[in-house]
Design a binder for this molecule. Sequence first.
Ligand SMILES: Nc1ncnc2c1ncn2[C@@H]1O[C@H](COP(=O)(O)OP(=O)(O)O)[C@@H](O)[C@H]1O
Ligand SMILES: [Mg+2]
Length: 290
Amino acid sequence: MLEQVSKLKERVIEQRSLPKTHVISVSSGKGGVGKTSFAVNFAIALSRLGKRILIIDADFGLANIDVMLGVSVVHDLSSVIGGERDIRDVISEGHHGVKFISGGSGVYELISLDEARVARLVSQMCRLEDIADIILLDTGAGLSDVVLRVVRSSDEAIVITTPEPTAIMDAYALIKTVNRFEDSPKLRLIVNLVTSNKEGNEMLNGFVRVVKKNMQLDLNKTGFILRDPSVALAVKSQVPLLVGYPDSPAAQNIQSIASKYLDVPIAGGRGQGLSHFLNRLFGRQTENAG
Ligand SMILES: Nc1ncnc2c1ncn2[C@@H]1O[C@H](COP(=O)(O)OP(=O)(O)O)[C@@H](O)[C@H]1O
Ligand SMILES: [Mg+2]
């Protein structure tokens, strides 16, 4: 299987002279910290800055990105895994050309697929390289096998927390677990729901300092987002925050996170493209199984 995936990978690499698709996971230790709100609006901000963005919801049943992005989804990744549909048939397009694929129940299947299904999914997913500069994966919270597999396979992992002690503890546990893997991704921290810029900066600095001291890991201070009633209003009116409330404090925070993100060379050390992500995602599975 590894051989098969790596042959596919080689073929894909040969064909591409364009910059590679960058895969970013968005996760958290604790649920309900704002992953989906962030992913949707970060996608729109990056899209406005000229990047082609695809979001994949990998939080079965809880992602509700479709609602936030204003798209209606009929088919999800499970029909691609099952071979009934082409990957292009499950892509919807929302605000500002942000593309979206629902993982659906396919997400649970990811780590237990047989070889034929892995091969099919890999070859289908490799085609996304033509349509996206950045793929954002909105994962579930916590340390489940699927979440960890997706996070460790991505080029960069954004971990979101809030200032709440339980959220911080859970984010810490997630980072510690991901950091134990041999080839862990570049890790980024975002603190959501802060009540002031001062609290935002203090949270980022404090967390990064502790992680550096205890894990000898340099966590990127990616930014903070203010607690802002516009976020809930946007969800209620089914219009993304950046579209409906572009001048709100939280929207401004997300816009500056996006511009700052693109200021730094995007690869951040890894960024070998989608085929490498898929190779890591499924390669280890067969290693473990064997
Ligand atoms: N910056 C913010 N200010 C106010 N409310 C927020 C903010 N970010 C998220 N929320 C609210 O928190 C809840 C959970 O957000 P969501 O993005 O669904 O979290 P997750 O994807 O981590 O479960 C939603 O009701 C959302 O409106
Ligand atoms: Mg969510």
